[in-house]
Design a protein around this ligand. Structure first.
Ligand SMILES: C[S@@+](CC[C@H](N)C(=O)[O-])C[C@H]1O[C@@H](n2cnc3c(N)ncnc32)[C@H](O)[C@@H]1O
Length: 370
């Protein structure tokens, strides 16, 4: 009898120890065949995550490799911005989840061993990028533009305008009268703020229809200590613009509705207001060309990014307009097909006369912004 009691006691003890271990690391509780706690709705990824958690030794590098492999397998869209390579995406998310510096690369950071708790801080980020196709910048709430960091959230386009490669050139060739610049359709404010940082003598206004976007721009003005020299103006294009400027610079929405409809999910996670611009993608740019003259000094100019497909349509629509086109080249001198003639410049004197829009059209625009 005593020996039976002893065996039972030992069995209980063993069970308690085992249970305690399982509770401490939930990943150990499941054998490969049992149902796993849900880290992903996708069974394949769920299994991969749990297999990774069961590994005795796992380093930051291993975690990044896991993220990279899964992202490759699920065919993420590169989404055109700076850190669009999968190793970078996985690295950014890993270091962000681990509260480390995002750009850490030295081997000490990469060979650090991780606990399951630490791994579990990162896996949901991988999962959101893969399953919901959320751009990495929205997950880290940070984007890099021209070497500076900007706060971003899903109310603004992820900064990626190609214009930054020519900012110095643009600023050098302005005939300055009152040293004022307008960044129209500003989103996060990345263009106007970068220009203000490059030239400390200019005053910059950031304008956008979206109040939420302007809240983001305001955070960035503060982040770069530009209060007083950079201001926000809310309104439908020039609606609330009272000044005249030496330079109006703009990266407006220019995606044709049909293209927007079949765009990868990453783009659908960005504000539609920031991308779609009617049947031909020219809704905004036509209005900008027709109204800009009223807001420019006589020697001023407008510089706009329109992207390659919209540029073709624009040339067809305004065959006589004097537009100087810029093609974007990589530092190696290569030109991506979509970067040909993607930016144009037009002098105030060459802009077309203003076309009036009716009250109903203005009301519709306001409605679409909310
Ligand atoms: C392509 S995003 C550009 C954002 C930023 N300039 C950049 O390059 O990352 C276009 C921006 O235009 C704004 N927008 C759309 N329609 C507008 C309108 N009618 N008036 C003013 N801004 C508008 C959107 O809210 C969005 O922030």
């Amino acid at each position: 009898m005593i020996s039976i009691l002893f065996i039972k006691e030992q069995a209980d003890l063993l069970w308690h120890r085992l249970r305690a271990r399982m509770m401490a690391s939930p990943d150990l509780s499941a054998s490969p065949d049992e149902e796993q706690p849900c880290l992903s709705q996708n069974p394949h990824r769920n299994r991969k995550y749990h297999a990774f958690l069961r590994q005795e030794k796992k380093t930051v590098k291993d975690l990044i490799r896991l993220g990279q492999r899964l992202m490759r397998r699920y065919g993420l869209h590169p989404h055109f911005f700076g850190n669009n390579r999968l190793p970078d995406t996985a690295r950014f998310l890993a270091f962000y989840g681990l509260n480390g510096p995002h750009n850490a690369t030295d081997s000490h950071d990469l060979t650090t061993c991780l606990s399951n708790e630490e791994v579990l801080q990162v896996l949901p980020l991988f999962e959101r990028r893969i399953a919901e196709r959320i751009p990495v910048e929205y997950l880290t709430q940070e984007a890099e533009y021209l070497g500076k960091t900007f706060y971003v959230n899903p109310h603004v386009l992820v900064p990626r305008s190609l214009m930054h490669t020519r900012f110095q050139e643009f600023l050098t060739h302005v005939t300055w009268q009152n040293k004022r610049v307008l960044d129209l359709c500003t989103g996060s404010g990345c263009i106007g703020i970068s220009l203000a940082l490059l030239n400390p003598e200019i005053q910059v206004d950031l304008a956008d229809l979206s109040e939420e976007a302007l809240k983001v721009a305001a955070v960035n003005i503060k982040k770069h200590a530009l209060e007083g020299r950079v201001n926000c103006i809310q309104g439908d294009l020039f609606e609330n613009i009272r000044e005249r400027y030496d330079l109006i610079i703009t990266n407006p929405p220019y995606v044709a509705s049909a293209h927007y409809r079949c765009a990868p999910l990453e783009f659908k996670n960005e504000p539609r207001l920031a991308l779609e611009a009617g049947a031909d993608g020219l809704d905004l740019i036509k209005r900008i060309l027709s109204e800009a003259k009223m807001h420019l000094n006589p020697t001023g100019k407008v510089i706009a990014e329109v992207g390659f497909p919209a540029a073709k349509r624009l040339k067809r629509k305004y065959p006589h307009l004097l537009l100087k086109w810029y093609t974007h080249r990589t530092p190696q001198g290569k030109t991506a097909f979509l970067a040909m003639d993607c930016i144009f410049e037009c002098q105030a004197k060459d802009l077309p006369p203003r076309e009036k829009s009716g009250i109903f059209t203005r009301w519709l625009r306001r409605l679409s912004a909310n």
